[in-house]
Design a protein. Structure first.
Lengths: 534, 318
């Protein structure tokens, strides 16, 4: 089915178009009425709001699991342990697939007019799996555990800037040093699972307010979960009686398990096999454009990258279309040298796309007066899937512009500690963040720990803070647009592509929706989907 | 003291010294790798503050020598300690993995060793005729293909196309023996194909070597059948080299099957070790490394003793 037809069928399914209209439009695309109707039937069957079914054992096969994983939410850094904590834990708020805040443990969220004080009203009568009711005090303790002096939490970085947290009756109140209109998005960080007593005594106890409890916990092998009878949101989540997560780090083992029916959902399908796998019976490949992106990053305070003409030469020399074609096999979209795309709220789509241009690359390279010594690009397979091949494509197109790019291959092991954020020019990836503010604050603020391009511009920081405090959407969009253009023209990030999240889903699975926040429905597929044949 | 007992005692003492040396090498090697356990746990998202906090909690600020001796002290008292990464008791998690590794190795050996020796004998019986050539060609082909490739091919044909066995070999204590064997059937096939050639060729070569001897000719002149000559005269004298190569392959089945474990997601020790090396989790790497070293040293010891027992000249030294 081509994209236009897909779009049309989706419109009918969601009630935006009548069947008669659809058949007429499809005919315009050269499809007979009979075929159009049968297509519609198939689509309607798949997408109609069928009632969720309860029961059964859902199995998911995941990469990103190791025998070193723990259930402590603070230490979660990859997909398999994230799938684990999603079963038993819940957050204060979540970001839904449309980019809106969905209240979970919070019943409501309100900000003061200056966006400096945030009040989260906490739901009452929600039991932890240890039988006790969750209280605002548990929320406070959880947030304290992730922010206090001894914290080793992966959320420590995003929790900076909070001046005070307190409990007042049913409310959990956060006071900020500087205004932040996006605070709820920060609270949707997956590390911040609400635990009894904040999980201070036993952070890995896996006790929370989620739909499941942990039955078997063998890190790096398998994890099994059982549904709780007293789950508070049983109408929307937790349909399977049991969930089993098998750790299948090998891509071929994962696809084989899905094909032979041993698991229902797998994450991270290699783009190289995705289109082949989609032809297999009884399953489908689901891809969703996300915010994750692959980058080549240069330190703009180090020669020769401090010369903006060198940067522009490299930016024009890279062939983005070719990379999306050959590295992502079409499962992605071209980047524009700033880390934001249409998946973000407040995105300005009028910023022109940078095109591949050997002439302009040559022109800027000559203007830079670079001495012609090799420019060393460090890369490892682990930087992003296909990074070494992407670097080779980059080298070839740079050569055509007379830029002497030299690839230095680094081992995967130790890449994140020895090369990334240390060496002046290397390959890397970003998973993206729910909002623009968080993405820029994480990696492009002068004082950011992970400012991996050494982008230190006071005027950029000022704009970031202005946008943060601005509650007017149009004004914020304008500020973010200015920042994006500044980064696009002068930044150290060469961003050729945004990658899609590609998952494999058995046709037995009901309730699948595409969620740009993260892979496999933001790692909630096993909690939100159901088994049709349960 | 009986000379054999003395030899075993000597070998054991030497083995223990070797293990000690191995523990130093493993510790030094893991410490020299770039990055430390705190960096590896927190990954790309590590902030300096979080790193410092985690290092302090894990005791990584102690000097390396102090850490080594405190580990050694615990080890000598039978305490393997807890994993730095997830705080689990090492003896407990390692025990389960070791059991799985031995389970897979046992069944692979159970099938491959008798099969290899039988095929070796068959090859000798039909030397230079088509059965000999066929056996050699097939086993040499399978040993030459990388094991993950054999694994993928068997998964595709046996599991996906024929729907016979499971492509995922994850086993657990709740499964019956039948279910476990079903789960490991394909990995056992792969391992058998991988180790067959080595043992088969050595059996064939060792026996052919003996067959050149004068006493075999005598037996032939007495009118004995070929298979009987091989069984009663040639095989006992060829045992030493065969046992040696069998032990080497058994050791491989225990310590060298990490690739197969990955392909089939089998919860054995290899994958467990690799995960912890990647995270620089020194106590776990030490424990795994020592078990692997002990298996190697132990099996070699067994091979030596068997060759001595099989050879009267070594059994009764002058």
């Amino acid at each position: 089915m081509n994209d236009q037809l897909k779009d049309l069928t989706a419109k009918v399914a969601s009630g935006l178009m009548t069947r008669r209209e659809f058949v007429g439009r499809a005919a315009a695309l050269g499809v007979t009425a009979a075929v159009a109707n049968s297509m519609l039937a198939g689509r309607a069957q798949a997408d109609a709001h069928e009632a969720p079914k309860r029961g059964g054992m859902m199995r998911i096969g995941s990469s990103g699991g190791e025998s070193t994983n723990s259930q402590d939410p603070a230490l979660v850094a990859s997909e398999a342990p994230l799938n684990n904590i999603r079963t038993w834990g819940e957050l204060l708020v979540e970001v839904d697939s449309k980019g809106m805040i969905e209240n979970r443990m919070a019943e409501s969220v309100e900000a003061s007019a200056d966006a400096k004080t945030w009040v989260f009203k906490i739901r009452k009568g929600i039991p932890f799996s240890n039988g006790k009711d969750m209280t605002p005090d548990d929320v406070l303790k959880t947030m304290q555990r992730h922010t206090n002096e001894e914290s080793k939490s992966g959320a420590l970085g995003i929790m900076q800037g909070i001046s005070e947290m307190k409990v007042d009756g049913d409310n959990f109140i956060v006071e900020l040093e500087t205004a932040n209109a996006d605070l709820p998005y920060l609270m949707a960080d997956y590390h911040l699972m609400i635990q009894p007593g904040g999980g201070m005594d036993d952070p890995g106890a896996a006790i929370g307010t989620g739909a499941y409890t942990v039955e078997i916990d063998e890190p790096g092998v398998r994890h099994a979960f059982k549904r709780r009878d007293d789950y508070w949101d049983a109408d929307n989540r937790g349909f399977a009686d049991e969930i089993e997560q098998l750790i299948l780090n090998d891509a071929t083992a994962r696809t084989a398990a899905l094909q032979s029916g041993q698991v229902h959902i797998i994450n991270r399908i290699d783009p190289k096999v995705a289109s082949l796998l989609d032809r297999a019976p009884n399953l489908r490949v689901e891809s969703v454009a996300g915010r994750g992106h692959y980058v080549f990053i240069a330190h703009v305070d180090t020669a020769p990258f401090d010369n903006n003409d060198v940067m522009l030469a490299l930016k024009y020399a890279i062939n983005r279309e070719e990379m999306v074609d050959k590295i992502l096999r079409g499962y992605g979209s071209v980047g524009n040298d700033f880390p934001i795309n249409a998946s973000y709220p407040l995105f300005d789509d009028s910023i022109p796309q940078r095109e591949h241009s050997i002439e302009k690359a040559k022109e800027h390279y000559q203007k830079s007066g670079h001495d012609g010594s090799p420019i060393i690009l460090r890369v490892a397979d682990g930087a992003f899937p296909g990074a070494v091949d992407a670097a080779a494509l980059f080298q070839e197109s740079a050569k055509a512009a007379g830029i002497p790019l030299e690839i230095k291959r680094e081992p995967n092991d130790g890449y994140w500690s020895e090369v990334w954020n240390v060496q002046p020019f290397c390959a890397s990836y970003w998973g993206g963040r729910p909002v623009q503010d968080q993405m820029y604050t994480t990696a492009y603020l002068s004082s950011a720990d992970w400012n991996d391009t050494r982008w230190k511009r006071p005027e950029f920081d000022t704009m970031l803070n202005e946008a943060k405090a601005e509650l007017d959407g149009a004004k914020r969009t304008a500020i973010y647009s200015k920042m994006a253009q500044m980064l696009r023209e002068e930044g150290g990030v060469i961003l050729p592509m945004f990658n899609d999240f590609v998952a494999g889903v058995s046709n037995d699975i009901g309730g699948w929706t595409n969620d740009p926040n993260g892979p496999v429905m933001n790692n909630l597929s096993h909690v939100k989907c159901w088994l049709k044949n349960a | 003291m009986h000379p054999i007992l003395k030899l075993v005692a000597q070998r054991l003492a030497l083995g223990i010294m070797l293990l000690f040396a191995a523990s130093i090498l493993i510790f030094a090697g893991t410490t020299m790798l770039p990055g430390d356990v705190a960096q590896q746990i927190l990954g790309q998202s590590a902030t300096p503050q979080a790193l410092a906090n985690l290092r302090a909690e894990l005791g990584l600020n102690e000097p390396a020598l102090t850490r080594y001796f405190s580990w050694l002290g615990g080890f000598l008292q039978g305490d393997l300690g807890t994993a730095l990464t997830n705080g689990r008791d090492i003896a407990e998690s390692l025990g389960g993995r070791l059991k799985n590794t031995l389970f897979l190795a046992f069944w692979a050996a159970f099938i491959s060793v008798p099969l290899a020796i039988f095929l070796g004998l068959l090859a000798v019986r039909y030397k230079d005729r088509w059965p000999d050539k066929l056996i050699s060609a097939v086993t040499l082909t399978t040993i030459s293909i990388p094991e993950f490739m054999i694994g993928y091919v068997l998964i595709y044909w046996v599991s996906i196309r024929m729907g016979l066995f499971s492509s995922v070999a994850i086993i657990n204590d709740g499964m019956s023996l039948g279910e476990k064997l079903n789960a490991i059937a394909i990995p056992v096939m792969v391992l058998t194909l991988v180790v067959l050639a080595h043992m088969m060729r050595m059996t064939r070569a060792a026996i052919l070597n003996v067959m050149q001897s004068a006493y075999i000719e005598t037996a032939e002149l007495k009118g004995m059948g070929m298979l009987r000559i091989i069984r009663t005269h040639a095989f006992p004298n060829a045992i030493a080299p065969i046992v040696n190569v069998v032990m080497l392959n058994l050791a491989y089945l225990v310590v060298g099957v990490v690739v197969v474990e990955v392909v089939f997601a089998y919860p054995g020790m290899g994958q467990y070790l690799v995960d912890h090396v990647a995270k620089r989790d020194v106590p776990v790497v030490q424990a795994c490394g020592l078990i692997f070293a002990a298996v190697y040293i132990g099996l070699n010891l067994v091979a030596d003793i068997v060759s001595i027992l099989a050879n009267p000249r070594l059994r009764h030294p002058k």
